[in-house]
Design a binder for this molecule. Structure first.
Ligand code: KIV
Length: 266
């Protein structure tokens, strides 16, 4: 497909001072409608641990589960770039097993993978992953897979030292070769400074208005997930009410004998 979104498309968008859109998706039809709507990147986020599987946090989801969701989403997408979040412990044990798990996502339809954090090991892994032929999206700031070490959902980069550390991490990831970097729960001015000082596109996940791209969890967009909604999420619908109303009406129609009617039988 000629207009397939690639790493080059996103770089061009940044260089042209334009913005790109990223949404998470966890199933075939949602991914298909997002793609038909013109979304640039579809992310099979490990947020699906909570939104699709009902787990307590992202650390509960594994490679096999992420593979199934990747396969479903990738089948629905033609134009957008498909990125899979590598789940907790699937890439941090050693490079060999990490590359095997990453390769598995690509075999199942991912165009790229997202890795959280920045340290010597992650830098080396990014280089090896790119050498294997797989583009890498970085993710710094609040990194949910390390929430137990961080001590909760806490805004990152608030002090001068912390902001400086984030900029250094972004530069390290840039040097390692990532094609984009998610900045999660970072003050707007800190994200702006990073965006202006690196050549790869930044993606705001609660990092304000000045990043090159923006990501949102689809269940927040839909108003479907009700356990919590982060400040930076904007609800564009009320799917919880829609689903509940549909189910209630269906139950009512069965009880009243209205469903099925004469046109709905063979
Ligand atoms: O898991 C996820 O959905 C994510 C995005 C919100 C960046 O990592």
């Amino acid at each position: 497909m000629d207009n397939k979104v690639t790493v080059r498309t996103l770089k061009k968008i940044k260089d042209n001072n334009e913005k790109f859109s990223v949404l998470t998706a966890y199933d075939y039809s949602t991914a298909k409608y997002f793609d038909e709507s013109g979304i640039d990147v579809v992310l099979i986020g490990d947020s699906l641990a909570m939104t699709a599987l009902g787990y307590e946090n992202t650390n509960c989801v594994g490679v096999e589960e992420m593979t199934i969701f990747t396969k479903a989403v990738a089948k629905g997408v033609n134009r957008a770039m498909v990125v899979t979040d590598m789940p907790f412990m699937s890439y941090t044990i050693d490079i060999q097993s990490a590359l095997k798990n990453i390769g598995n996502m690509v075999k199942n339809g991912a165009n790229a993978v997202k890795l959280e954090g920045c340290n010597d090991y992650i830098e080396k892994l990014i280089e090896c992953t790119i050498n294997m032929g797989v583009p890498v999206m970085g993710h710094i700031g609040f990194t949910p897979q390390s929430q137990n070490v961080i001590g909760g959902h806490i805004i990152q980069g608030k002090t001068e030292d912390a902001a400086d550390k984030l900029l250094k991490q972004a530069k390290r990831l840039e040097k390692a070769g990532v094609f984009s970097i998610v900045l999660e729960m970072v003050p707007e001015q800190v994200a702006k400074n990073i965006t202006e000082n690196i050549s790869v596109p930044t993606i705001s996940c609660g990092a304000g208005r000045y990043c090159d791209g923006f990501v949102m969890v689809c269940d927040d967009l839909f108003g479907k997930f009700d356990a919590f909604t982060p400040k930076f999420a904007r609800r564009y619908g009320d799917m919880k009410t829609l689903i509940t109303d549909c189910a209630k009406k269906y139950i009512e129609d069965i009880k009243s004998g209205d469903y099925p009617n004469e046109n709905e039988v063979y």
